[in-house]
Design a protein around this ligand. Structure first.
Ligand code: ADP
Ligand code: ASP
Ligand code: MG
Length: 407
């Protein structure tokens, strides 16, 4: 008898018919003699709708109230999924994050898991029940409901798999695996049969929302092998696991696109030690994560600094810069605008050269101007005009021969 964790995302539980079909799949897994924990998201669109409603009442809603509001979405689906299973004659019981003992820190809307007791989940499984767990939610030491960041149901599934030592963790979504690029952007993207944690983490952190990046990080840390697959068919999915030696033979595994970035240019900064520290300390204190950074060569004692932030942090970033440099001679906000980021990722980059050259040449040939560049050991990312984003993703994907026809 295996312990199987199955996570169903928003589209997979999007309406009552989808919930019925999830219940059917769970029933089959259960009837085959397995213990099953089902982690569910809110119906697709519900979380966004709730955020919209909150912001229509208050542009800067309180984080604690926000968490209370957003967890409503998952609470609806656990109850409905349990009811659908009951209708199929499967004994099932739902549990909230708090009931499952998913303890987090106090950081509402982006809480980190600190420990998982599992509550009575083990007992319920041993008593022959399927347990339906609300994704995306936990509770803080002071008993408040918290959420784990957008896409956080992935993390709930990985974390409960680690805590209860599950044999299999399956992430069911609306695509049948991890592709070489978002199949909605690159039609002929090809499905990967397996991918290393590190590559999945870079892709997820670079905009591939098929998995939440924090969930991948957690999986890597606790060695949770998982499979991304479709709830709409029975195709084999993509296995995400520790890197195997053969994976380095492939130079580029995938291309990611992130259209939710913004670029900030601060000009006339004094070109001496300490300026960058002062600027980025202020941004860090404001809770803003900075991604790409470029500083131009100073002239006449002044330099410009360009960096990117998540688009929803742009107002806070602007405010931070303006407050930090009230005297414009010491640095002034020159520009803040949307930017798209295209990243190529592959563990093979560690041992192969020429990836940047090929990437830049492909973009140049297509007339796409590169505004910023950043690299890691297994990633090269470029910041470009958002109007070029999709076309650039397709061009880069083709340049590295990642398409179905050529692979
Ligand atoms: P869920 O609601 O199941 O969590 P998401 O919408 O969060 O699903 O993630 C699935 C989506 O991720 C897909 O519909 C696809 O458009 C997008 N996606 C982005 N990059 C990739 C990729 N490399 N491979 C597969 N899907 C991707
Ligand atoms: N419902 C949450 C969100 O939309 C969590 C999730 O779907 O994973 O972000
Ligand atoms: Mg998701």
């Amino acid at each position: 008898m295996a312990l199987i964790v199955q996570k169903y995302g928003g589209t997979s539980v999007g309406d009552v018919n989808r919930i019925k079909s999830v219940a059917q799949r769970v029933k089959e897994t259960y009837a085959a003699g397995n213990q099953v924990i089902v982690v569910v998201s809110a119906r697709s669109g519900v979380t966004n709708e709730l955020i919209g409603r909150a912001k229509s009442l208050n542009p800067d809603p309180d984080d604690r109230e926000m968490d209370l509001l957003l967890t409503v979405g998952e609470q609806e689906t656990i109850a409905l999924t349990a009811m659908a299973l009951h209708a199929l004659g499967v004994p099932a019981v739902s549990r909230t994050g708090k009931e499952a003992g998913i303890l987090t820190d106090l950081a509402h809307t982006r809480a980190r898991i600190t420990s998982i007791s599992g509550g009575d989940i083990k007992d319920q499984l041993d008593a022959g029940k399927v347990v339906i767990l609300a994704g995306f939610q936990g509770y803080s030491p002071d008993g408040q409901i918290t959420t784990l960041g957008r896409g956080g149901s992935d993390l709930s599934a990985i974390a409960i798999s680690a805590a209860l030592n599950a044999d299999i963790c399956q992430i069911y979504t609306d695509v049948d695996g991890v592709y070489t690029a978002d199949p909605r952007v690159v039609e002929h993207a090809s499905k990967l049969s397996e991918i290393a944690y590190e590559e999945m983490l870079e892709l997820a952190s670079s905009g591939s929302k098929v998995m939440q990046n924090r969930a991948v990080e957690f999986a890597q840390k606790f060695d949770v092998v998982f499979e991304v697959r479709s709830s709409f068919n029975n195709n084999p999915g993509t296995i995400v696991k520790e890197e195997a030696a053969s994976m380095e033979d492939v130079v580029v595994s995938g291309v990611a696109l992130d259209k939710n970035q913004a670029k900030v240019v601060v000009s006339d900064l004094p070109d001496h030690p300490g300026t960058a520290a002062e600027l980025f300390n202020a941004l860090a204190d404001a809770g803003i994560s900075v991604d790409m950074i470029v500083q131009n060569i100073g002239r006449e004692g002044k330099a410009n600094m360009t960096f990117t932030v998540p688009r929803d942090a742009i107002n806070r970033a602007e405010k931070t810069v303006v407050e930090l440099f009230p005297d414009e001679a010491q640095g002034k906000l020159f520009e803040a605008s949307d930017i798209a980021k295209v990243s190529v990722v592959g563990v093979g980059m560690r041992t192969h050269t020429g990836v940047a050259a090929k990437l830049f040449a492909a973009l140049a040939q297509a007339g796409v101007n590169i505004q910023l560049v950043s690299t890691s050991e297994i990633k090269i990312a470029v910041g470009i005009d958002p109007k070029d984003a999709e076309q650039a993703t397709r061009i880069v994907h083709d340049a590295f021969d990642l398409g179905v026809e050529s692979s």
